[in-house]
Design a protein around this ligand. Structure first.
Ligand SMILES: [Zn+2]
Ligand SMILES: [Zn+2]
Length: 127
């Protein structure tokens, strides 16, 4: 029984932490390299997907969401990058992220587990 539990946990880890999936998942400012994030290599994930609205998370380099950005605006304009720019401000070093139900501006690499309101997961990278 102990062996079975161990193998199950091991197998789950292998799936969750494969080379094509971020583990943990990071987001970051525009100077943070995109790629597969690991505990030792804080790369920001560029294949994010929201498990609440099932939209792909869009990213805008050197941008920040305006304070007037809200849920309704995203719902009406997602995923039109051109229209979304209406509520983006130019801000060197920051990277703005958004799905259809949530938005976030990040300046440095941060672990998504510290932002529980963002229901974003790594949607898997190409090998
Ligand atoms: Zn990823
Ligand atoms: Zn969402």
């Amino acid at each position: 029984m102990v062996t079975f539990t161990f193998l199950t946990v091991f197998a789950w880890h292998w799936v969750a932490c494969s080379t094509s999936r971020c583990c943990p998942v990071f987001i970051g400012g525009s100077s943070v390299t995109n790629g597969v994030g690991t505990a030792t290599s804080k790369r920001s994930c560029d294949q994010l997907r929201c498990i609440s609205c099932d939209f792909r998370v869009l990213m805008f380099d050197d941008s920040e969401w305006d304070a007037s950005c809200d849920y309704l605006f995203l719902r009406n304009n997602m995923p039109d990058r051109h229209k979304l720019r209406a509520k983006l401000k130019k801000r060197k070093g920051l990277r703005a992220y958004a799905c259809q139900c949530n938005w976030f501006s990040s300046s440095e690499a941060m672990d998504l587990r510290d932002q529980p309101q963002l229901r974003w997961v790594c949607g898997k990278h190409k090998d």
